[in-house]
Ligand binder design. Structure first.
Ligand code: URA
Length: 263
């Protein structure tokens, strides 16, 4: 067998070699020092660190950035010469992305034009009461307007807004729609006849529009009176009608009415 034969052959060969050296007169062979073998070095190319793929983008952060970009575009808008030249600032909207509900007004008033935030004046305080009455905190809902600039007061009307013109509504619609699609509210409430008519593209008044559930860009929409109507509501009729509409909102949302005591 080859494995057994190899060492025997080697010994025999070495012995034969030494014998032939001796017969040639060689009496000594130098004893070999053990050879220190240099450690085997293998050229190892360090593995190039591959750049990690970027983390997947946070979709909420992306949409917040889109909203900021849109707000900056709105700030520069000069599509409506009168609104552009009379506004102190544009009034974009406040609240979280993906809210359960958003409230949509008509256009900023004088207080909002000063503050840069929708519904901060007297009507805004009433809106906050409506929001709280539904069981929400104001900061949990999104609040915005169909128009981002204040239509200035009609001549002789003090600080009241004039209603926006059709052209102004059309000019602002693309901004509104982009804002709506980025914020993605799950339910919406139109506050007042002007906002409701603009959103539903109808000439029907708010008294007829309220009490039903519509769809706006795929989202359930409830129409109700503007909170400022409560300011001149001596018989409480408007306040009661608004609460009826809010009950319809809560029912549509599948939420309990926090004002109703459990039996
Ligand atoms: N009325 C509106 O419709 N919007 C506001 O932001 C304030 C008052």
């Amino acid at each position: 067998m080859a494995d057994d034969a190899t060492p025997i052959d080697l010994t025999r060969q070495v012995r034969a070699h030494l014998e032939s050296l001796r017969s040639a007169g060689v009496m000594f062979v130098p004893r070999g020092e053990p050879i220190a073998l240099a450690p085997l070095r293998v050229a190892v190319t360090p593995r190039q660190a591959e750049p990690l793929p970027p983390p997947p983008p946070d979709p909420i952060a992306v949409r917040k950035r889109e909203l900021t970009v849109l707000a900056t575009e709105v700030e520069k808008c000069d599509r409506c010469p009168e609104l552009f030249s009379t506004r102190r600032q544009t009034v974009f909207g406040v609240g979280p992305i993906d809210p359960d509900v958003a409230f949509i007004g008509e256009a900023p008033g004088g207080d909002e034009d000063r503050a840069g935030e929708p519904f901060v004046g007297k009507a805004g305080q009433l809106l906050t009461r409506i929001i709280n009455g539904c069981g929400f905190k104001r900061e949990e809902v999104y609040i915005f307007n169909t128009l981002k600039c204040r239509p200035p007061g009609a001549t002789g009307s003090g600080s009241a807004n004039r209603p926006p013109t059709l052209e102004e509504c059309e000019n602002c619609r693309p901004f509104f729609e982009r804002q709506f699609d980025i914020v993605k509210p799950k339910h919406v409430v139109a506050l007042g006849g002007t906002a409701a008519k603009n959103l539903l593209n109808t000439s029907t008044g708010i008294t007829k529009l309220r009490g039903k559930v519509y769809t706006l860009r795929g989202v359930p929409l409830i129409c109700t009176f503007h909170p400022s109507a409560m300011l001149r509501d001596e018989t409480e009729k408007t306040r009661r009608a608004i609460w009826e509409d809010m009950k319809l909102l809560l029912k549509t949302m599948g939420r309990p009415n926090p004002n109703e005591k459990k039996a």
